[in-house]
Design a protein around this ligand. Structure first.
Ligand SMILES: [Fe+2]
Ligand SMILES: [Fe+2]
Length: 310
């Protein structure tokens, strides 16, 4: 799958009419734009760092706005991918129960999308983040058995904790309500994945190990987006400076805690010896710093607060 827009060659009036049918079915008014919710600094673990405290008000606001847009863009793209996944699984279902189950999942992913997309508008067909493209790649290329493990056990298990953190890290009450509903649904999506993967039997093939490791690797690299933005705003370019900043935002501890969550989800279906087949070692602060230093190009950056936002 990709994130193509429906009927790109057709008059936009036809797209709007089809959109109205979706809205009627969901009993929702056409989604009106809402104010961008901004997550608090503590959500990003930066609030006690001198590299955060040193920033002026407009730099802090730029950081929180940019990161909040990135969070919403990722969540909205993942819901798009979730709808595609659940519909594909409904088609591939071999039993009535599976078909019914995946139909409920597809409907819930659709309502998640409609709860989130009024908060941030972007063109998902052009601008989907890398992580959601990786999910789309799994949906399109992996076998049904592997997709259940990758999407439902691994990623939706991760999604439960991520959405709980998003809920706790914002003061927007309406959005808190939306995340609370989403967490409730994702628990069922993850639970269904455990039941179905156990029903089909788990074959930890080399290909599945490689794909699971690719998700673990995305966590091992640490809080990359936060660190790049903070380094940029503080005009840090050397590895020792960036290492100091990473240490001040507890990069190693938060990465270890996230890896543990991933491991706990996999432990629901895999044995200890299976889990040992994966590399769970977080990158060292120096390794993280080297990657970040190569991403931060201070020479071309004037003041990032005046640059185009995400
Ligand atoms: Fe969802
Ligand atoms: Fe889900």
């Amino acid at each position: 799958m990709d994130f193509k827009v429906l009927l790109p060659q057709a008059p936009s009036e036809l797209r709007h009419r089809l959109q109205r049918l979706i809205n009627q079915s969901l009993e929702m008014a056409p989604s009106e734009k809402k104010t961008l919710p901004v997550w608090r600094a503590d959500f990003f673990d930066v609030e006690t760092s001198p590299f955060w405290l040193n920033l002026n008000a407009s730099q802090k606001s730029y950081f929180l706005n940019s990161m909040s847009k990135a969070l919403l863009k990722e969540a909205i793209s993942i819901e798009h991918a979730g709808i595609a996944y659940a519909n594909m699984m409904a088609i591939l279902s071999e039993t009535q129960e599976e078909r019914q189950y995946y139909t409920t999942v597809a409907n819930e992913e659709l309502s998640h999308l409609y709860m989130l997309q009024p908060y941030f508008q972007f063109q998902v067909d052009i601008d989907a983040p890398e992580f959601s493209k990786q999910i789309a790649h799994f949906v399109e290329n992996e076998s049904k058995r592997d997709a259940i493990i990758l999407i439902q056990v691994l990623l939706e298990g991760w999604g439960i904790h991520h959405y709980q953190a998003l809920l706790a890290g914002t003061d927007n009450l309406e959005l808190k309500d939306a995340f609370s509903k989403i967490v409730f649904d994702e628990v069922r999506h993850h639970g269904g994945g455990i039941i179905l993967s156990q029903s089909y039997g788990i074959d930890l093939s080399a290909d599945l190990v490689k794909n699971i490791q690719s998700v673990i690797d995305a966590v091992r690299v640490g809080p990359f987006q936060v660190a790049v933005l903070l380094a940029d705003l503080n005009r840090l370019s050397s590895v020792p400076e960036i290492t100091e900043m990473l240490s001040s935002i507890h990069a190693e501890q938060t990465t270890l805690a996230k890896l543990k969550l991933v491991q706990q989800n996999l432990a629901k279906i895999l044995s200890d010896s299976d889990l040992e087949r994966f590399n769970w070692q977080p990158w060292s602060l120096t390794e993280m710093s080297q990657i970040i230093a190569s991403s931060v190009d201070n020479s071309k950056s004037e003041d990032p607060t005046t640059a185009a936002s995400l």
